[in-house]
Design a protein around this ligand. Structure first.
Ligand SMILES: [Cu+2]
Length: 284
């Protein structure tokens, strides 16, 4: 039995090292806003909900690692201890009340331990605090459209992926878009998500956000970015042959930069209400 214990210990050490490596790599790459080659673990996050999703993921990883190692240890113990040449006459034991209660109650407790943080994050995502502004994202086959309602804005625009031949240096392939969703840092953004044709899904990992875009239904969530940056996401519902080509780019900027962008966007983009006070709309 000594050899098995040593083997188990080194397997545990190896798993621990692998997890440590994953965490180290995640910390080092925090904030890129998109997946990196050889990345382990979650992307660096930019919102409180994102941090919670990330730590929930890490907690689950430890939990499933412990469960897997426990089951592996049981299997090894059974294979070694109850092998045929050691047990020529098999045991006829069929029931053990204590064991049966234990293997029912322990998994229930594990599920409760998973459910509590899970529902906490879900509640946080769906109970929207008083918001500073609204952005509505509509999924189309195959691009995203954004609306900035309200007196301060009142415009809408489409956001299409930049094709390979038009990519500028530094723009990630299949992720950069022509018109980005721009929001100010440290503001509560109420995000409304819907679709115009088929099911889509608005998902930005760094923001800890993933919500279905359903035709005829308005889904809502929110986020408050705690730092500036460019964060990429993708449609995450298989929606058709253009599915991999409808990325999401969220650019979080300072309040001043946002005001400048807003002034420019009001001139550049079409009005939601159909009136045409902007220069571009007049020119068309
Ligand atoms: Cu889609």
């Amino acid at each position: 039995m000594r050899i098995e214990t040593a083997g188990l210990r080194s397997a545990l050490a190896l798993a621990g090292a692998a997890l440590g490596l994953g965490w180290g790599a995640t910390a080092a790459m925090a904030g890129t806003g998109y997946p990196d080659p050889w990345q382990m673990g979650m992307q660096g996050t930019a919102t409180n909900i994102g941090h919670q999703v990330s730590s929930f993921h890490d907690w689950l990883l430890w939990l499933i690692t412990a469960i897997s190692l426990f089951v592996l240890a049981l299997i090894i113990a059974i294979v070694v201890k109850f092998r045929e040449d050691k047990n020529p006459v098999p045991s006829r034991t069929t029931h053990n009340t204590l064991l049966e209660v234990a293997w029912t109650v322990v998994p229930v407790l594990i599920l409760v331990a998973i459910a509590i943080p899970s529902f906490r994050v879900l509640r946080e995502q769906l109970v929207i605090p008083p918001h500073d502004m609204i952005v509505k994202a509509t999924g189309y086959a195959w691009y995203w459209g954004y609306e900035y309602p309200g007196e301060q804005a009142g415009f809408k625009f489409d956001s299409n992926m930049i094709t390979d031949e038009n990519l500028k240096p530094g723009q990630p392939r299949l992720m950069a878009v022509d018109n980005e969703m721009v929001v100010p840092v440290n503001k509560v953004i109420r995000l409304q998500i819907t679709a115009a044709d088929v099911l889509h899904n608005f998902a930005v990992p760094a923001i800890g956000m993933r919500l279905d875009a359903v035709p005829g239904r308005l889904n809502e969530t929110w986020f408050r970015a705690d730092r500036e940056g460019v964060f990429y996401g993708h449609c995450s519902e298989l929606c058709g042959n253009g599915h991999p080509y409808m990325p999401i780019t969220v650019r979080v900027v300072s309040e001043q930069a946002y005001a400048a962008w807003l002034a420019e966007a009001k001139q550049k983009y079409a009005r939601i209400d159909g009136t045409a006070p902007s220069k571009l709309a007049n020119a068309q």
